[in-house]
Design a protein around this ligand. Structure first.
Ligand code: UD1
Length: 372
């Protein structure tokens, strides 16, 4: 069996690492298996990509499409054009995509139209907000995938509600949590930035276009972070998009000067997880961090009005508060005032998702390439 595994953007790397590891183990045990790691180049900076490969001990990509940044259509189209050539040349039996970024839908669509079967890892998540580019990527990828691997029960319900046959859906757990479990000790061994004590600081991440692209939304969010940083130090590793917008809107200097705020460049995987695991709270608009904080039992205040990962709210530590300053402030105060932190780890988030996925893939038939 020949498979192409796709990674494109930062949140993909920790999801493919356990798959590559499980494939390598099966190959070492004698499985007739050829796996190529394809990096689309959607993220390309040292800090958004290279460092993750080192931290996660990922093999070098076999193929790099080097597509870079652009509008949604440009980026998606560039991946499709470049990936079509790869598929025609490599003739894989399966293309494995993860998550919900532009590279995910671009490679899924390209493969599907060539008659190559597609497996989607982290299928079925729905925010029910079609204003999110990722929601469109999720809906379209799932609609054309042949195997759909889910991380939580609600995802399977969503897929069945959309008419996906039950036999295509496999509830396997969460490969991002496989990676977290594998690297947690190494992450916590990294010293905290000078002056920060364990459990005595917060972590902020913010990068969603809906939150950072307009001054009217970003300015009050920045003010609210500054206010919370008056009560507890906040570390803010900053996505390039966010830094650019803060600078453009004249908001960056004020944040940089704030004594309670530490603005950092984007961090590698180990440094970031090491921070989150020892934080008192996290304020974020990320999807994946909602899951990591749930697993770690760290309170997470999510600066969005919806989530595609409902189990992080029902079982985990996630509080969906939206972007109104008063709601964020109140949530932060409540978290800081409370020591109780009841949470449960969702079912199957046990470090074995990658192995389960690879076992199911290797039971499938080979040779679907139709060369259309
Ligand atoms: C993408 C994903 C988003 C994910 C996020 C994590 C889509 C639609 N969105 O958003 O789901 O949460 O990644 O980071 O796929 N840039 C750099 N260096 C890089 C990459 C990007 O400086 O290595 C800058 C560029 O100016 C670029 C901007 O960041 O225009 C945005 O990058 P892009 O890949 O378009 O989307 P993200 O916001 O990162």
């Amino acid at each position: 069996m020949k498979l192409l595994v796709i990674a494109g953007a930062r949140p993909n790397f920790m999801k493919v690492a356990p798959l590559m590891e499980a494939f390598a183990q099966r190959r070492a045990a004698g499985a007739a298996l050829e796996v190529r790691l394809v990096h689309t180049g959607q993220h390309y900076d040292e800090r958004m990509s290279e460092e993750f490969f080192r931290d996660l001990r990922l093999p070098r990509p076999d193929i790099n499409l080097n597509v870079g940044s652009g509008s949604h259509a440009e980026q998606t189209a560039r991946v499709m054009i470049a990936f079509e050539g790869v598929c025609v040349r490599e003739r894989p039996d399966w293309v494995v995509v993860v998550g919900d970024v532009n590279s995910t839908i671009a490679c899924a669509l390209t493969a599907c139209k060539l008659g190559i079967r597609v497996a989607h890892v982290e299928a079925g998540l729905r925010s029910h907000d079609r204003g999110m580019p990722e929601e469109i990527n999720r809906l379209c990828t799932d609609a054309i995938s042949d195997l759909l691997f889910t991380t939580e029960p609600a995802a399977g319900e969503n897929l069945r509600g959309e008419g996906v046959p039950a036999e295509k859906i496999h509830f396997v757990g969460n490969t991002m949590i496989d990676t977290l479990l594998r690297f947690l000790d190494a992450a916590k061994a990294i010293p905290l930035p000078a002056g920060l004590g364990e459990g005595a600081f917060g972590v902020v991440t913010l990068h969603r276009p809906a939150n950072v692209d307009d001054r009217e939304t970003l300015a009050p969010l920045a003010d609210t972070m500054a206010e919370i940083a008056g009560g507890i130090p906040l570390v803010f590793p900053m996505h390039p998009r966010t830094r650019a917008r803060l600078a453009e809107f004249g908001l960056l200097a004020k944040l940089e000067a704030h004594p309670g705020l530490r603005l950092l460049p984007p961090l590698g995987y180990l440094a970031f997880v090491g921070l989150v695991a020892r934080a008192r709270l996290v304020l974020t608009d990320s999807g994946g961090i909602q899951e990591e904080t749930t697993f770690l039992g760290v309170p997470c205040i999510t600066l969005r009005s919806n989530t595609e990962r409902p189990i992080t709210c029902t079982a985990g530590t996630n509080l969906l508060v939206g972007t109104a300053p008063e709601a964020i402030r109140r949530a932060a105060q409540a978290v800081l005032a409370s020591r109780a932190n009841g949470h449960a780890i969702p079912p199957m988030w046990d470090g074995q998702a990658g192995r389960r996925i690879v076992d199911i893939l290797l039971e499938q038939e080979t040779c679907s390439y139709a060369g259309r």
